[in-house]
Write a protein that binds this ligand. Structure first.
Ligand code: WTA
Length: 643
């Protein structure tokens, strides 16, 4: 058993003590509507809501604050102007530390958002339209999201590391007719051809969805092609004309964000306005314990939900100062994070275990030669943090002064769900901790039996919370199927989890066919579909396996068509092929050519066996007697040892 860590002495709890947490948690589950209607007052409403949660998980229908009206751009920007127009809202730290940075006060952010919103209007964007954003981590990424919210348009941000094929699929799925992009992105000194990728994606979608307009931001100045009539530079369309915020209903959609699931193509998770707004505003306030004047830095890209909720909405609702970082942790060297911390006097950093592990491997000197004296709180998100990395983050980065919050949540949950509160609770390395207000976790066994006390099972949430996703865009039936049908009447997270005797939750990882690679969700089915598109591939089965830095790596079993050889050249070709189909984050780590896949006599692939072999765990293969060809297992084990 791992022992609790003492609360660091330097941290004085301000927003919430352990006693207050206990009292508020009790209220949040006993009288949720009263609790959340009170928290809703963190936002400015055009019409204050009188209704709390109205929801059912069978049939699935979820609404919060249904009769309220508001605009989230107003809440992130305009409402701060009377008091905080001169406060810094965003600090831009470019990829190259020698390039000039830039920051925006709330007053300047307002000007930029209005200019962007007017440009979108000229492009033809109207309330309810879907707008696809394919951008680097620059200030315009934030202003573009806020400009959409201002006009009542629904943003769909696609991570700039996705391929043209992946981008095209996401444009088509939501019927988006507008794209916002930049000439190029920069990451670790490398140029990312964003506009060229958009051109390639639009060539793929041309027949299904002719796009009306592309708004292009000049960032690197790199040469790109502009298509007459379709493509426009931001500076040519932007204007300072008055641009009022649209009045939105609480349940009007705010954004779609694609995420991977167990099966099929990525799902467009849909979040709405009021509930998401209240959830991100409230979680940011309590979990990051933000104090006015502090500098907050979430290192996530706006292409992921963490960037949506804690680079953009959560901090800005709280009139915070947030860092927008274009670069990567290891450029120009492995001390970049701590340089940024010192340069901008960052007080709170929120990053992923994969980055912590990668930096830990490079040695302490990259950390200790920087001051880091401004740091007060350390956050972790995206995957389980192993106790060794936790210790290093706590002892070396934080010098034992800074509490760690390990926040468990998902694209579908809108914001943090399980975490300790800094200063209020003891921390246990590797455990996310306790449920946030209103969250009622339940552990169930594979038959759906509810497990009490200290136990291990599948993690479900029994009651709705304001930040919950409302549907999968265009496919409400799949929403019900995916999340609410495994255990009737409960939201099933897809994660395995332990609860200890103190009521702390320990996430053990996905129990479905989703893998978590460097904190990015990847559906094994997506990688399989990409592999079988290659003309030489007959069949593919993809599983995760433990990886020192990435958490999980991508392990691909591939059978080839008759007459093809598993050469090193083909191996490299297949890796490049998957990168092209999905993007670099999906690059296979191991490709294992095999003459067959283990199947039952009825033809079902036995993934359990493939997982165990990929994990090098040959002793626990279980019953292989139902296999159509039992001798295959021996050959697969041999192949694993050579892979
Ligand atoms: C995993 C990211 C352990 C989990 C916010 C979840 C975590 C998936 C943690 C969601 C954590 C996220 N500890 N596992 N603190 N945070 N996960 O949608 O498997 O990109 O289901 O959202 O990441 O990934 P997503």
């Amino acid at each position: 058993m791992i022992h609790a860590v003492e609360r660091p002495q330097a941290h004085t709890p301000t927003h919430c003590t352990a006693e207050q947490y206990a009292e508020m948690y009790r209220a949040s589950v006993e009288t949720p509507d009263a609790f959340w209607l009170e928290q809703a007052q963190r936002l400015d409403w055009v019409k204050a809501p009188t209704k709390g949660g109205e929801w059912s998980y069978d049939p699935v229908g979820i609404s919060w604050f249904a009769d309220g009206q508001l605009n989230l751009c107003h809440n992130a920007v305009d409402r701060h102007l009377p008091q905080h127009a001169d406060r810094t809202a965003l600090i831009f730290e470019p990829d190259d530390p020698a390039s000039p940075g830039r920051s925006l006060t709330y007053g300047q952010l307002h000007t930029e958002v209005v200019r962007m919103a007017n440009a979108l209007k000229k492009l033809g964007v109207k309330r309810g339209d879907r707008v696809t954003l394919y951008l680097p981590m620059i200030l315009e990424g934030v202003t573009a999201m806020l400009a959409c919210a201002r006009l009542g348009a629904v943003h769909s941000v696609v991570f700039g590391g996705f391929s043209p094929e992946a981008l095209a699929g996401r444009i088509e799925d939501c019927g988006s007719r507008f794209v916002i992009t930049a000439d190029e992105g920069l990451r670790g000194g490398k140029h990312v051809p964003l506009k060229a990728n958009v051109d390639a994606a639009l060539a793929l979608t041309a027949h299904a969805t002719p796009v009306d307009g592309v708004l292009v931001i000049r960032h690197t100045g790199g040469a790109i092609a502009m298509q007459e009539g379709r493509d426009h530079w931001l500076e040519d369309l932007a204007s300072d004309d008055d641009c009022p915020c649209e009045v939105m209903g609480a349940e009007d959609p705010l954004f779609i964000l694609y995420t991977s699931g167990s099966t099929g193509k990525p799902k467009g998770v849909l979040h709405t306005t009021g509930g998401y707004g209240v959830w991100t505003a409230t979680t940011f306030h309590y979990i990051f314990d933000y104090q006015p004047g502090e500098v907050f830095w979430c290192t996530a890209d706006i292409g992921w939900v963490t960037g949506h909720s804690y680079v953009v909405y959560g901090p800005l609702f709280n009139a915070a100062t947030a860092v927008v970082f274009e670069g990567v942790p290891n450029y120009p060297d492995h001390g970049r994070f701590w340089d940024v911390v010192d340069k901008h006097q960052v007080n709170i950093i929120y990053t992923a275990p994969t980055a912590i592990r990668a930096l830990m491997r490079e040695g302490d000197h990259h950390v200790t030669c920087r001051s880091r004296a401004s740091l007060r709180l350390l956050g972790s998100v995206g995957e389980p943090i192993n106790p060794e990395a936790w210790r290093w983050y706590f002892d070396t980065v934080g010098e034992g002064r800074c509490p760690i919050i390990d926040t468990w949540w998902q694209t579908e949950t809108g914001g943090c769900m399980i975490t300790t509160l800094p200063g209020a609770h003891d921390m246990k390395p590797g455990s996310a901790g306790l449920p946030f207000f209103g969250i009622r976790p339940e552990l169930v066994d594979s038959e759906g039996g509810v497990l009490d006390g200290a136990a291990e099972g599948n993690l479900c949430i029994t009651h709705s919370w304001p930040g919950q996703a409302r549907t999968i865009y265009g496919d409400h039936e799949r929403f019900g199927q995916t999340y609410f049908s495994t255990y009737a009447g409960k939201y099933f997270t897809g994660d395995g989890c332990k609860r200890d005797a103190d009521g702390y939750y320990w996430i053990t990882g996905r129990v479905d066919d989703v893998i978590n690679v460097s904190g990015h969700r990847m559906g094994t089915a997506e990688v399989e579909s990409a592999l079988v598109l290659h003309p030489k591939v007959a069949e593919a089965a993809v599983v995760g396996y433990p990886h020192d830095i990435k958490g999980q790596g991508i392990y691909c079993y591939v059978t080839l068509k008759a007459g093809e050889d598993g050469s090193d050249a083909l191996l490299a070709e297949l890796k490049a092929h998957v990168r092209k189909e999905i993007g670099p984050i999906a690059t296979p780590d191991i490709i294992h050519f095999t003459d067959g896949l283990p199947k039952t006599r009825s033809g079902k692939i036995m993934r359990r066996i493939l997982r165990k072999i990929a994990e090098n765990d040959f002793g626990a293969l279980g019953d292989t007697s139902t296999l159509a060809d039992p001798s295959l297992v021996e050959r697969l084990i041999e192949g694993r040892q050579n892979a």
